[in-house]
Design a protein around this ligand. Structure first.
Ligand SMILES: NC(=O)c1ccc[n+]([C@@H]2O[C@H](COP(=O)([O-])OP(=O)(O)OC[C@H]3O[C@@H](n4cnc5c(N)ncnc54)[C@H](O)[C@@H]3O)[C@@H](O)[C@H]2O)c1
Length: 342
């Protein structure tokens, strides 16, 4: 039986239209209203039978909206989340939590003060392959985990845009807060935390501006170490042709290895393999290949909205720690980061 949550969306662009709205409908929930200053974005919502407001106040006045998904460019997350927290509506905010650490700290403070139910939309936690892998890691199938290796890359040229009416805010440091590292590494850092049940605590990174003609980084290599000593290695990039292999997750242990290919991303499917550490034999691992991470994300958030005991799966403080890791990866002390974003 679906939880039938009434949703609102702030920012009805690419990810909201192509992934979140279908996820809401497929889960049996309702998309009640959106807010977006863009006429074309509002028209797209209205064409699907959804009420569309030009401002957040309009959305806040909708009594049927219980949970709100925030999917604006990164620098606008803070204002929306603060207003939503004050309104008492539940909030699922896209990654990165904010364009800079100072904004994320202010958001976490607002959530703590109001007691709002808040989650960052780390959809990769909800990919069925990743959930299966997590359970198998916990049951000891690969022994002691030693290393996680992630490749998550794409091609993002200057002219890239999600829609003809929207510009490429991802290459604008003021709106994005960074480049490939800021946009793509949050997924991997959070996934490591999810798979291990412990955060990365030490981090270092090198960025590059190698193949694209804009100022934000177009690639980065990160190395991290979890609280328990697992090493993580992330390669993120905006300079990798989409036709190349570019979405790979490996979890290595003393008794075996999981390899997930094409599971990172917004869509269902991909493959998951277990390789035995003694025989070297590889076998496919079954998971629900039909359920997208966005569908499962909607279900999980709706369920936690209805059953407060499940809200421990969400933590603004944990997500703030991920923002601190990103700032450290960029070599930014908190004060410099605050100055860069105000
Ligand atoms: N989890 C994922 O896999 C994933 C994928 C894509 C994007 N994202 C995140 O989602 C967010 C949106 O990304 P996108 O690619 O959909 O961007 P987009 O440019 O396609 O859409 C952004 C929308 O926000 C609207 N907007 C601008 N100012 C606004 C305001 N003040 N109030 C309300 N709406 C406003 C724009 O008109 C546009 O419709 C970003 O934070 C991005 O990092 C996450």
């Amino acid at each position: 039986m679906a939880d039938d949550v009434g949703w609102g969306i702030v920012g009805y662009g690419w990810v909201a239209r192509d992934y979140m709205a279908p996820g809401i409908r497929e889960a049996g929930h309702r998309l009640v209203a959106v807010c977006d200053p863009g006429e074309a974005s509002r028209a797209a919502a209205e064409a699907d039978g959804t009420r569309a407001h030009a401002t957040l106040d309009g959305l806040l006045s909708e009594p049927d909206v219980e949970a709100v998904y925030v999917a604006t460019p990164n620098h606008l997350h803070r204002g929306a989340v603060e207003a939503l927290a004050a309104s008492g509506k539940a909030i699922l905010c896209e990654k990165p939590m904010a364009a800079g650490l100072a904004d994320a700290e202010a958001m976490a403070a607002a959530i703590a003060t109001t007691g709002a139910f808040y989650g960052t939309a780390f959809d990769q936690r909800h990919h069925p392959a990743h959930r299966t892998m997590r359970e198998d890691i916990r049951s000891g199938r690969i022994g002691t985990v030693t290393t996680i290796r992630i490749l998550y890359a794409c091609w993002l040229g200057r002219e890239w845009t999600s829609r003809a009416d929207l510009d490429n805010w991802r290459i604008d440091p003021a709106r994005a807060g960074g480049g490939a590292l800021m946009d793509l590494a949050p997924h991997g850092l959070d996934l490591v935390d999810f798979l291990l049940d412990e955060p990365i605590v030490d981090i270092a990174a090198l960025t590059q501006s190698r193949a694209q003609d804009y100022t934000v980084d177009d690639g980065a290599l990160l190395i991290g170490r979890s609280a328990g000593g697992v090493l993580a290695n992330l390669h993120v990039a905006y300079n990798c042709p989409d036709a190349l292999p570019r979405r790979r997750l490996e979890v290595v242990g003393t008794r075996g290895q999981f390899t997930a290919i094409d599971t990172m991303g917004q869509v269902a499917g991909g493959s998951l393999t277990f390789t035995d550490g003694t025989s070297g034999l590889a076998e496919a691992v079954a998971f629900d290949a039909a359920a997208s991470p966005f569908l499962e994300q909607v279900r999980a958030f709706g369920s936690a909205l209805r059953r407060p005991g499940e809200r421990t799966a969400y933590s603004a403080e944990r997500d703030l720690h991920t923002m601190r890791l990103l700032a450290r990866a960029y070599g930014m002390p908190p004060a410099a980061d605050a100055a860069a974003t105000t």
